[in-house]
Design a binder for this molecule. Structure first.
Ligand code: SAH
Length: 490
């Protein structure tokens, strides 16, 4: 596995600055041992006019397999054999990308102590990868690199030079050239796009891969026309991670783009990604389940408490039954995104009269929330610290007192069924807790009892015989208005 990075220089800016930028001295060959082999950095040429750094990765196939086993992947017997008999040691692939980030980590972050200002400046770059596995061929290679400012040469490598009639292999010889990119940007492009082109599922995709992708994609991925393919392939087509990444990229873009693009982004996120597993996303199933309850309860005036970015509010607006919809959230940023999503500023008067977005915290009683037919708390309670939960309980069930309350929350028992969730981890970094079915039932039962509601439970998503559904939902109905009348009299 082999990759070279070259630059040209001038008397004021010698090409050998590349050595400073990469934090690797051009005068010596260096070797770094990694968990799957040895990475060598050497300079085949280094003078003021031209300088080339080469990264050579010597893969230890046996170590690679052992490492895999050690992490508990195991896999099918045929897959085990494929791990020994493959092209790994010869082809540039995600291991090369991993080596790049290990060996050139400061350069990738754009940090250079010796020449701090040079690190942020573009320089003439030529990158060559003689044998790059490229599923999708030269055409995809161009679609990935050209939008980033690279001039791309991607020549298919024949399967066997002696037998041209055998056709091309899945490798290309790749040459990238640019004058307008920084070294850091170039390295980050390679770090993401080499594994995307390789598209082999040979390493475990952990949830922190989403963070790595977004960090390396900073400044270019949110705008890339092939963003969806890149995200999906990079995350080995794990639909839940892909969706997570797409949603976060959506946030980045929303912060930077104007409203006309919101719709486009929504379509992209809503559309199915290039995945092998294609279930209906859980968020969609949840929304459908909530809408079904609200329709059934003949609610007209509805609160969406902790409305986030307004997806449910948007769905409610589409149905005439819901005459007044109020979204409440503590996060101004979430509300701003909801505002744009709904195009509140450009809505006709009659539509606009049906919807309001309020900023407020659900742990304080709020007289604006009284007198509604229904309230939804969709994936909200688990974002509160447990000791704050009684305050929310009182604000919603004691003070606002809608006729119907729908609460959804993750079922922690189901977490073992998520392919990519390590045992004992919550689904979202901001979840303060996740409940078992028993814990949720106990909480909901007590709340109902205390405030004069009946409660029933409904599964959302596939109801696993052992661990239950991924989302649990409680539907509360107020028993009578006696308490309300008492409250009014007081
Ligand atoms: N209901 C949406 C969003 C769930 S994320 C959905 O189902 O997709 C949880 C939301 O609750 C976030 O938008 C967060 O800002 C909001 N939230 C958390 N604590 C809150 C509080 N104390 N008061 C109001 N909103 C809160």
């Amino acid at each position: 596995m082999f990759l070279t990075i070259s630059t040209t220089g001038t008397p004021e800016r010698p090409a050998t600055d590349l050595g400073f930028l990469l934090h690797k001295h051009p005068g010596k060959a260096q070797a770094f041992s990694t968990s799957y082999g040895t990475a060598h950095v050497l300079y085949p040429e280094a003078d003021a006019e031209r300088c080339t750094a080469a990264l050579l990765l010597e893969v230890d196939a046996v170590a690679l397999v052992r490492r895999g086993k050690g992490k508990g992947r195991g896999g099918a017997p045929d897959a085990a054999l494929a791990q020994y008999v493959n092209d790994r040691p010869y082809a540039a692939s995600s291991l090369l990308a991993t080596a790049l980030s290990g060996v050139f980590s400061s350069a990738m972050r754009g940090v250079c102590k010796a020449l701090p200002e040079r690190a942020g400046q573009p320089l003439p770059l030529r990158i060559e990868v003689p044998a790059l596995p490229a599923r999708g061929g030269p055409d995809l290679v161009r679609r990935l690199f050209e939008p980033l400012g690279w001039a791309v040469t991607a020549e298919p490598v024949p399967l066997d030079l002696r037998f041209p009639e055998w056709g091309d292999s899945r490798y290309v010889r790749l040459v990238l050239q640019a004058e307008t990119l920084t070294l850091a940007a170039a390295l980050r492009h390679l770090y993401v796009l080499l594994p995307v082109l390789d598209d082999a599922k040979h390493y475990w995709v952990a949830p922190d891969e989403v963070d790595k992708l977004l960090r390396a994609g900073d400044g270019w991925l949110p705008e890339h026309p092939e963003q969806k393919l890149i995200t999906s392939r990079y995350l080995s087509r794990r639909w839940s991670l892909t969706r997570q990444a797409m949603e976060r990229l959506e946030l980045v873009r929303l912060a930077e783009t104007d409203d006309s693009e919101v719709e486009e982004i929504d379509n992209a996120v809503g559309a199915e990604t290039e995945t092998e597993e294609r279930p209906t996303p859980l968020a969609v199933q949840r929304r459908e389940a909530i809408l079904a309850v609200l329709r059934q309860s003949a609610a007209g005036r509805v609160l969406d408490l902790g409305c986030g970015q307004g997806q449910l509010v948007q769905a409610l607006l589409k149905e005439a039954q819901f005459t007044e919809i109020v979204g409440v959230d503590v996060s101004v940023r979430a509300l701003a995104i909801a505002f744009r999503r709904l195009k509140l500023d450009r809505m006709g008067e009659r539509q606009a009269a049906r919807v309001r977005l309020l900023q407020g915290s659900l742990t304080y009683t709020d007289s604006r929330l009284k007198g509604y037919d229904a309230a939804v708390l969709s994936e909200v309670v688990e974002h509160l610290d447990l000791p704050r939960l009684p305050a929310l309980e009182y604000a919603v069930f004691g003070s606002a007192r809608p006729r119907t309350v729908v609460v959804t929350t993750p079922n922690v028992e189901y977490n073992v069924r998520w392919e990519t969730l390590p045992a004992g981890h919550a689904r979202h970094g901001d979840h303060r807790f996740e409940w078992t079915r028993e814990e949720f039932c106990a909480w909901a039962g007590t709340v109902a009892e205390r405030h004069g509601y009946d409660v029933e439970f409904r599964p959302v998503g596939p109801d696993d015989p052992e661990v239950g559904p991924p989302t649990q939902m409680a539907v509360f109905h107020k028993k009578s208005d006696v308490k309300d009348k008492e409250a009014k009299a007081a």
